[in-house]
Design a protein around this ligand. Structure first.
Ligand code: ADP
Ligand code: VHF
Length: 371
């Protein structure tokens, strides 16, 4: 079988017992499966939830805390316990673990984003198992990944994973929440994420899960757009992750193997960068960007919004207010005000840059998703 680069995401609901705290037995089951997957020659990156679950009891809470401060403190206690548990399991077979705790801000900063990529690549190169979680203890409410489903999709994109396995407490995606409607029907394969599907997906029914199926679908949509196929499902006892990889998993497969990979610069522009302003373009420029794969030139700009600098990322709209995509500009908003609508030859004398494009096609991406 082909060796794959696989991102495995394990949700809190799959790692906890009935009281909502960490289950060592369950954690061991996943660790054993990851060991098998690696022994079969696959590269694995683990995104593990469970820090809050692992920590709340020692912190003195009777159940999972609901306040931000409570969750952040529980994660501080639980993250080290989670890593200790993984270290104990993986060290039995001499697999070293490397921990990365990430925040949205790390991804928004281009050099930190590149560093995260280099670190994960080096860990894989040295056969170390990267174990990633959100840095819950310091993440600011408005600036989180939302949940680890989205974090796992973004990491899958970052490392150009072949497959993302989102392992959860239910055996796939249904047309309704099966805990609320016993008539719900399961999807075995979903080619792409539609609005109808998003509407059918509900919140989590468990007391420990964060985003429910909705967040898994959103994450899956991002992953397949970045070239990674996705599986959402359960790892029952005796089930093998290798079987899941070969299409025999108890769950739902989303997208197909071998999707078009989006390079990291474009991913960063499309998904992580801070949007500093916007430009509105005419029909010809929209066509050049969307259909001909060309760069954006001053002649196509009709309006400039905001106060951005050269090197910033801006949203690009058509004149019907439709978001077309985003790109990194070679000129400041001030320069663009001066050159908009002008031919490149005319524009040259108004700008500080030697570049004739407003946005080079290498620094442009059509909309991945609204932010
Ligand atoms: N359409 C649906 N199909 C399947 N599960 C759904 C659906 N809508 C809501 N859910 C809920 O989503 C839950 C899984 O999400 P969650 O509890 O956040 O898991 P995790 O902790 O693994 O991230 C399921 O247990 C189920 O209660
Ligand atoms: N980062 C948190 C989990 C956040 C999260 O998304 O949880 P889940 O929906 O169970 O995957 C933790 O480690 O407790």
């Amino acid at each position: 079988m082909k060796k794959e680069r696989v991102v495995v995401k394990i949700g809190s609901s799959s790692l906890t017992n009935q009281q909502g705290s960490l289950s060592r037995e369950k954690l061991k089951q996943y660790a054993d499966e990851i060991i098998r997957l690696r022994q079969a020659g696959n590269e694995v990156i683990l995104i593990s939830s469970g820090a809050v679950a692992a920590g709340f009891y020692d912190l003195g809470y009777p159940s999972r805390p609901v306040t931000t401060a409570g969750k952040q403190a529980a994660a501080a206690v639980g993250q080290s316990q989670l890593m200790q548990a993984y270290n104990e399991e993986f060290s039995r077979v001499n697999i070293a673990c490397g921990q990365l705790l990430l925040t949205r801000e790390n991804f928004a900063n281009h050099s930190q984003y590149q560093n995260a990529h280099s670190t994960i690549t080096e860990l894989l190169h040295r056969q170390v198992l990267p174990i990633i979680n959100e840095n819950d203890s310091i993440a600011v409410d408005e600036l989180t990944f939302g949940d680890n489903d989205m974090l796992s999709a973004l990491v899958a994109g970052l490392v150009h994973a072949d497959t993302l396995l989102i392992l959860t407490d239910i055996n796939g995606i249904y047309d309704k929440n099966p805990y609320e409607d016993p008539e719900a029907k399961k999807y075995h394969f979903i080619p792409s994420i539609t609005n109808d599907l998003m509407e059918q997906a509900g919140e989590s029914s468990s007391s420990v899960g964060t985003g429910g199926m909705r967040s898994k679908l959103k994450a899956a949509g991002t992953a397949i757009r970045l070239g990674t196929r996705v599986f959402v499902g359960r790892l029952g006892s005796g089930h093998r992750l290798e079987d899941v990889l070969s299409g025999k998993g108890d769950g739902t497969y989303i997208g197909v193997p071998g999707g078009d990979v989006v390079n990291n610069k474009k991913q960063w522009i499309g998904l992580h960068s801070v949007i500093a302003g916007a430009v509105v373009v005419d029909e010809g420029a929209a066509k050049a960007l969307l259909r001909s794969g060309k760069s954006l030139l001053p002649a196509g700009i009709v309006e400039v919004q905001g106060h951005f600098s050269a090197g910033n990322v801006v949203d690009v709209y058509d004149q019907k207010d439709q978001l077309l995509g985003r790109g990194q500009v070679n000129m400041s908003a001030k320069e663009l005000q001066a050159v908009k609508g002008k031919s490149s030859a005319e524009a040259a004398s108004f700008t500080l840059t030697s570049k004739s494009e407003v946005i080079h096609r290498d620094n442009w991406i059509t909309t991945v998703r609204e932010r």
